[in-house]
Design a protein around this ligand. Structure first.
Ligand SMILES: C[S@@+](CC[C@H](N)C(=O)[O-])C[C@H]1O[C@@H](n2cnc3c(N)ncnc32)[C@H](O)[C@@H]1O
Length: 282
Protein backbone atom coordinates (compact mmCIF):
# COMPACT_ATOMS: atom_id res chain seq x y z
CA UNK A 1 0.00 0.00 0.00
CA UNK A 2 2.77 2.37 1.01
CA UNK A 3 4.42 1.64 -2.31
CA UNK A 4 1.28 2.39 -4.28
CA UNK A 5 0.39 5.56 -2.44
CA UNK A 6 3.88 6.92 -2.89
CA UNK A 7 4.01 6.05 -6.61
CA UNK A 8 5.19 8.92 -8.83
CA UNK A 9 2.10 8.83 -11.06
CA UNK A 10 0.01 9.64 -8.05
CA UNK A 11 -2.48 11.96 -9.70
CA UNK A 12 -3.93 9.16 -11.77
CA UNK A 13 -4.95 9.40 -15.35
CA UNK A 14 -8.57 9.11 -16.11
CA UNK A 15 -9.26 7.33 -19.35
CA UNK A 16 -12.24 6.20 -21.31
CA UNK A 17 -12.75 2.53 -20.67
CA UNK A 18 -11.93 0.44 -23.71
CA UNK A 19 -14.44 -2.33 -24.01
CA UNK A 20 -12.92 -5.44 -25.47
CA UNK A 21 -15.57 -8.01 -25.20
CA UNK A 22 -19.00 -8.32 -26.64
CA UNK A 23 -20.79 -9.00 -23.37
CA UNK A 24 -19.46 -5.70 -22.00
CA UNK A 25 -20.49 -3.88 -25.14
CA UNK A 26 -24.07 -4.98 -24.62
CA UNK A 27 -24.21 -3.07 -21.36
CA UNK A 28 -25.20 0.42 -22.39
CA UNK A 29 -23.83 2.82 -19.80
CA UNK A 30 -21.01 5.28 -19.23
CA UNK A 31 -17.76 3.43 -18.60
CA UNK A 32 -14.62 4.71 -16.93
CA UNK A 33 -11.34 3.26 -15.83
CA UNK A 34 -8.64 4.52 -13.54
CA UNK A 35 -5.45 2.91 -12.33
CA UNK A 36 -4.46 5.35 -9.62
CA UNK A 37 -6.13 7.05 -6.74
CA UNK A 38 -6.38 10.77 -7.14
CA UNK A 39 -5.54 13.39 -4.57
CA UNK A 40 -4.55 11.15 -1.69
CA UNK A 41 -1.22 11.36 0.10
CA UNK A 42 -0.25 8.91 2.76
CA UNK A 43 1.59 9.73 5.92
CA UNK A 44 1.32 6.36 7.53
CA UNK A 45 4.10 7.15 9.99
CA UNK A 46 1.86 9.86 11.40
CA UNK A 47 -1.10 7.48 11.09
CA UNK A 48 -3.10 9.55 8.63
CA UNK A 49 -3.91 10.13 4.98
CA UNK A 50 -4.77 13.47 3.43
CA UNK A 51 -6.95 14.47 0.52
CA UNK A 52 -5.39 17.43 -1.23
CA UNK A 53 -8.44 18.32 -3.33
CA UNK A 54 -10.77 18.92 -0.38
CA UNK A 55 -8.11 19.26 2.34
CA UNK A 56 -9.46 16.65 4.70
CA UNK A 57 -7.47 14.29 6.89
CA UNK A 58 -8.34 10.74 7.86
CA UNK A 59 -6.80 9.31 11.01
CA UNK A 60 -5.84 5.65 10.87
CA UNK A 61 -6.18 3.61 14.03
CA UNK A 62 -2.92 2.13 15.41
CA UNK A 63 -1.82 -0.67 13.04
CA UNK A 64 -4.73 0.26 10.77
CA UNK A 65 -4.41 0.36 6.99
CA UNK A 66 -5.42 3.08 4.53
CA UNK A 67 -8.84 2.25 3.05
CA UNK A 68 -7.52 0.96 -0.29
CA UNK A 69 -10.79 0.30 -2.12
CA UNK A 70 -12.41 3.35 -0.56
CA UNK A 71 -9.83 5.57 -2.24
CA UNK A 72 -11.07 4.34 -5.62
CA UNK A 73 -14.69 4.97 -4.72
CA UNK A 74 -13.79 8.59 -3.87
CA UNK A 75 -12.54 9.00 -7.43
CA UNK A 76 -15.94 7.85 -8.63
CA UNK A 77 -17.82 10.09 -6.15
CA UNK A 78 -16.14 13.04 -7.85
CA UNK A 79 -17.70 12.03 -11.19
CA UNK A 80 -21.31 12.08 -10.05
CA UNK A 81 -23.65 14.83 -8.95
CA UNK A 82 -24.09 14.59 -5.19
CA UNK A 83 -25.16 18.19 -4.75
CA UNK A 84 -27.82 18.45 -2.01
CA UNK A 85 -28.17 14.67 -1.80
CA UNK A 86 -29.24 12.65 1.24
CA UNK A 87 -26.81 9.72 1.35
CA UNK A 88 -26.60 6.41 3.20
CA UNK A 89 -23.11 4.87 3.58
CA UNK A 90 -23.45 1.15 4.36
CA UNK A 91 -20.36 -0.09 6.21
CA UNK A 92 -18.87 3.34 6.94
CA UNK A 93 -15.69 1.76 8.37
CA UNK A 94 -13.19 3.33 10.73
CA UNK A 95 -11.93 5.99 8.32
CA UNK A 96 -15.47 7.10 7.34
CA UNK A 97 -13.85 7.87 4.00
CA UNK A 98 -16.90 7.63 1.75
CA UNK A 99 -19.16 9.62 4.08
CA UNK A 100 -16.60 12.38 4.52
CA UNK A 101 -15.77 12.50 0.82
CA UNK A 102 -19.47 12.56 -0.11
CA UNK A 103 -20.00 15.70 2.00
CA UNK A 104 -17.03 17.46 0.40
CA UNK A 105 -18.36 16.39 -3.02
CA UNK A 106 -21.67 18.14 -2.29
CA UNK A 107 -23.93 15.84 -0.26
CA UNK A 108 -26.26 17.66 2.11
CA UNK A 109 -26.61 14.93 4.72
CA UNK A 110 -24.99 11.52 5.23
CA UNK A 111 -26.03 8.65 7.48
CA UNK A 112 -23.25 6.10 8.00
CA UNK A 113 -23.94 2.68 9.50
CA UNK A 114 -21.64 -0.13 10.56
CA UNK A 115 -21.99 -3.38 12.47
CA UNK A 116 -18.56 -2.97 14.10
CA UNK A 117 -18.49 -0.77 17.21
CA UNK A 118 -14.73 -0.17 16.93
CA UNK A 119 -15.25 1.11 13.37
CA UNK A 120 -18.01 3.40 14.66
CA UNK A 121 -15.72 4.81 17.38
CA UNK A 122 -13.04 5.72 14.83
CA UNK A 123 -15.54 6.93 12.24
CA UNK A 124 -16.86 9.42 14.84
CA UNK A 125 -13.29 10.56 15.54
CA UNK A 126 -12.69 11.20 11.82
CA UNK A 127 -15.98 13.01 11.38
CA UNK A 128 -15.17 15.25 14.38
CA UNK A 129 -11.62 15.82 13.12
CA UNK A 130 -13.07 17.25 9.89
CA UNK A 131 -15.80 19.30 11.64
CA UNK A 132 -18.59 17.33 10.00
CA UNK A 133 -20.65 16.45 13.07
CA UNK A 134 -23.60 18.43 11.72
CA UNK A 135 -23.46 16.67 8.34
CA UNK A 136 -22.69 13.01 9.06
CA UNK A 137 -24.67 10.88 11.53
CA UNK A 138 -23.23 7.52 12.53
CA UNK A 139 -25.16 4.48 13.75
CA UNK A 140 -23.88 1.18 15.10
CA UNK A 141 -26.36 -1.07 13.32
CA UNK A 142 -26.33 -3.69 10.57
CA UNK A 143 -27.94 -3.23 7.17
CA UNK A 144 -30.29 -6.07 8.12
CA UNK A 145 -31.72 -4.07 11.06
CA UNK A 146 -31.44 -0.52 9.77
CA UNK A 147 -34.62 1.45 9.08
CA UNK A 148 -35.14 5.13 8.38
CA UNK A 149 -38.36 7.09 8.03
CA UNK A 150 -36.90 9.16 5.15
CA UNK A 151 -35.65 7.81 1.84
CA UNK A 152 -32.20 8.44 0.36
CA UNK A 153 -30.97 9.96 -2.91
CA UNK A 154 -27.85 7.77 -2.86
CA UNK A 155 -26.87 4.56 -1.12
CA UNK A 156 -23.09 4.10 -1.30
CA UNK A 157 -21.28 1.01 -0.16
CA UNK A 158 -17.98 -0.81 -0.36
CA UNK A 159 -19.26 -3.94 1.37
CA UNK A 160 -17.41 -7.06 2.57
CA UNK A 161 -17.35 -9.33 -0.51
CA UNK A 162 -14.55 -11.86 -0.39
CA UNK A 163 -15.99 -15.31 -1.15
CA UNK A 164 -15.42 -17.34 2.02
CA UNK A 165 -16.61 -20.74 3.19
CA UNK A 166 -17.34 -19.21 6.61
CA UNK A 167 -17.52 -15.55 7.59
CA UNK A 168 -14.47 -14.95 9.77
CA UNK A 169 -13.69 -11.31 9.01
CA UNK A 170 -16.76 -9.05 9.10
CA UNK A 171 -14.63 -6.45 7.31
CA UNK A 172 -13.85 -8.62 4.27
CA UNK A 173 -15.96 -11.76 4.02
CA UNK A 174 -19.09 -11.76 1.92
CA UNK A 175 -20.29 -15.32 2.52
CA UNK A 176 -19.94 -18.40 0.31
CA UNK A 177 -20.25 -16.56 -3.03
CA UNK A 178 -19.11 -13.15 -1.77
CA UNK A 179 -22.50 -11.69 -2.56
CA UNK A 180 -24.30 -11.90 0.78
CA UNK A 181 -24.12 -8.18 1.64
CA UNK A 182 -24.24 -7.05 -1.97
CA UNK A 183 -27.65 -8.73 -2.27
CA UNK A 184 -28.89 -7.29 1.02
CA UNK A 185 -27.79 -3.79 -0.02
CA UNK A 186 -29.45 -4.09 -3.44
CA UNK A 187 -32.70 -5.25 -1.82
CA UNK A 188 -32.56 -2.49 0.81
CA UNK A 189 -31.81 0.17 -1.82
CA UNK A 190 -34.64 -0.93 -4.09
CA UNK A 191 -37.04 0.03 -1.27
CA UNK A 192 -35.23 2.94 0.36
CA UNK A 193 -34.13 5.13 -2.53
CA UNK A 194 -36.15 8.04 -3.79
CA UNK A 195 -37.36 7.63 -7.36
CA UNK A 196 -34.42 8.56 -9.56
CA UNK A 197 -32.02 7.85 -6.70
CA UNK A 198 -29.01 5.62 -7.20
CA UNK A 199 -26.96 2.90 -5.58
CA UNK A 200 -23.19 3.17 -5.80
CA UNK A 201 -21.66 -0.20 -5.09
CA UNK A 202 -18.21 -1.75 -5.36
CA UNK A 203 -17.93 -5.29 -6.70
CA UNK A 204 -14.87 -7.37 -7.53
CA UNK A 205 -14.73 -8.59 -11.13
CA UNK A 206 -14.34 -12.24 -10.06
CA UNK A 207 -17.84 -12.15 -8.51
CA UNK A 208 -19.22 -11.88 -12.04
CA UNK A 209 -20.17 -8.24 -12.42
CA UNK A 210 -20.44 -7.93 -16.19
CA UNK A 211 -19.27 -11.39 -17.26
CA UNK A 212 -20.60 -14.52 -15.66
CA UNK A 213 -17.98 -16.79 -14.07
CA UNK A 214 -20.12 -19.20 -12.05
CA UNK A 215 -23.67 -20.46 -11.66
CA UNK A 216 -25.28 -17.20 -10.61
CA UNK A 217 -26.42 -14.34 -12.85
CA UNK A 218 -24.13 -11.32 -13.16
CA UNK A 219 -24.39 -8.59 -10.55
CA UNK A 220 -25.53 -6.19 -13.27
CA UNK A 221 -28.39 -8.58 -14.13
CA UNK A 222 -29.23 -8.90 -10.44
CA UNK A 223 -29.50 -5.12 -10.22
CA UNK A 224 -31.66 -4.97 -13.34
CA UNK A 225 -33.94 -7.65 -11.85
CA UNK A 226 -34.48 -5.35 -8.87
CA UNK A 227 -35.53 -2.53 -11.19
CA UNK A 228 -32.22 -0.68 -11.48
CA UNK A 229 -30.72 0.74 -14.65
CA UNK A 230 -26.91 0.57 -14.85
CA UNK A 231 -25.92 4.17 -15.39
CA UNK A 232 -22.15 4.02 -15.14
CA UNK A 233 -19.44 1.53 -14.47
CA UNK A 234 -16.02 2.47 -13.11
CA UNK A 235 -13.25 -0.06 -13.40
CA UNK A 236 -10.20 0.14 -11.13
CA UNK A 237 -7.17 -2.13 -11.07
CA UNK A 238 -6.20 -3.65 -7.73
CA UNK A 239 -2.98 -5.50 -6.99
CA UNK A 240 -3.03 -8.15 -4.29
CA UNK A 241 0.02 -8.21 -2.05
CA UNK A 242 1.84 -11.51 -1.66
CA UNK A 243 0.26 -13.50 1.14
CA UNK A 244 -2.73 -11.14 1.09
CA UNK A 245 -6.21 -12.22 1.98
CA UNK A 246 -7.16 -12.13 -1.71
CA UNK A 247 -4.30 -14.47 -2.60
CA UNK A 248 -5.22 -16.85 0.22
CA UNK A 249 -8.86 -16.83 -0.92
CA UNK A 250 -7.98 -17.77 -4.50
CA UNK A 251 -8.74 -21.52 -4.26
CA UNK A 252 -12.22 -20.76 -2.93
CA UNK A 253 -12.79 -18.00 -5.50
CA UNK A 254 -11.91 -20.49 -8.26
CA UNK A 255 -14.29 -23.07 -6.78
CA UNK A 256 -17.26 -20.71 -6.80
CA UNK A 257 -16.33 -18.82 -9.99
CA UNK A 258 -14.57 -21.48 -12.12
CA UNK A 259 -14.63 -19.48 -15.35
CA UNK A 260 -12.74 -16.54 -13.83
CA UNK A 261 -9.18 -16.35 -15.15
CA UNK A 262 -6.69 -14.96 -12.65
CA UNK A 263 -4.22 -12.45 -14.08
CA UNK A 264 -0.79 -11.65 -12.67
CA UNK A 265 1.52 -8.72 -13.32
CA UNK A 266 5.19 -9.00 -14.32
CA UNK A 267 6.21 -9.48 -10.69
CA UNK A 268 3.77 -12.34 -10.29
CA UNK A 269 1.28 -10.46 -8.13
CA UNK A 270 -2.44 -11.01 -8.70
CA UNK A 271 -4.16 -8.12 -10.44
CA UNK A 272 -7.91 -7.85 -10.67
CA UNK A 273 -10.57 -5.30 -11.39
CA UNK A 274 -12.83 -3.70 -8.87
CA UNK A 275 -15.93 -2.18 -10.38
CA UNK A 276 -17.87 0.73 -8.98
CA UNK A 277 -21.41 0.42 -10.26
CA UNK A 278 -23.82 3.34 -10.37
CA UNK A 279 -27.28 1.80 -10.62
CA UNK A 280 -30.26 4.15 -10.84
CA UNK A 281 -33.70 3.28 -9.58
CA UNK A 282 -35.97 3.41 -12.57
C1 LIG B 1 -14.67 -3.23 3.23
S1 LIG B 1 -15.11 -2.31 4.64
C2 LIG B 1 -15.46 -0.72 3.92
C3 LIG B 1 -15.13 0.43 4.83
C4 LIG B 1 -15.22 1.82 4.15
N1 LIG B 1 -16.55 2.11 3.69
C5 LIG B 1 -14.26 1.92 2.97
O1 LIG B 1 -14.70 2.02 1.82
O2 LIG B 1 -13.05 1.90 3.21
C6 LIG B 1 -16.72 -2.96 4.99
C7 LIG B 1 -17.37 -2.41 6.24
O3 LIG B 1 -18.69 -2.97 6.34
C8 LIG B 1 -18.98 -3.26 7.70
N2 LIG B 1 -20.04 -4.28 7.77
C9 LIG B 1 -19.89 -5.63 7.68
N3 LIG B 1 -21.08 -6.24 7.77
C10 LIG B 1 -22.02 -5.26 7.90
C11 LIG B 1 -23.43 -5.26 8.03
N4 LIG B 1 -24.13 -6.39 8.04
N5 LIG B 1 -24.07 -4.07 8.14
C12 LIG B 1 -23.37 -2.90 8.14
N6 LIG B 1 -22.02 -2.84 8.02
C13 LIG B 1 -21.35 -4.00 7.89
C14 LIG B 1 -17.63 -3.70 8.26
O4 LIG B 1 -17.60 -3.60 9.66
C15 LIG B 1 -16.67 -2.76 7.55
O5 LIG B 1 -16.45 -1.59 8.29
Amino acid sequence: MREMLAAPCFFGQYNRFIMRNKAKNRLQCKKFSCVNRNFFASNENKGEIKNSKYQYTLLLKPNGHPPRSGLFVCDFLDKIDLFGARVLDVGIGESAILSIHAVFAGAQEVVGIDIDCEAIKWAKKNIGENNLNGKVTVKNISIEDFKDSKKFDYVISNPPQMPAKKIVSTHDDGGRDGRRYIKKIIKFSSKSLNTGGALLLTAFDFLGVVDRYGEAETICTLLQNFGFRIESLGSYIKTARRGSYTEKSLPWIKKIYPRYRVERNSSGKIVYKMFVIEARKA
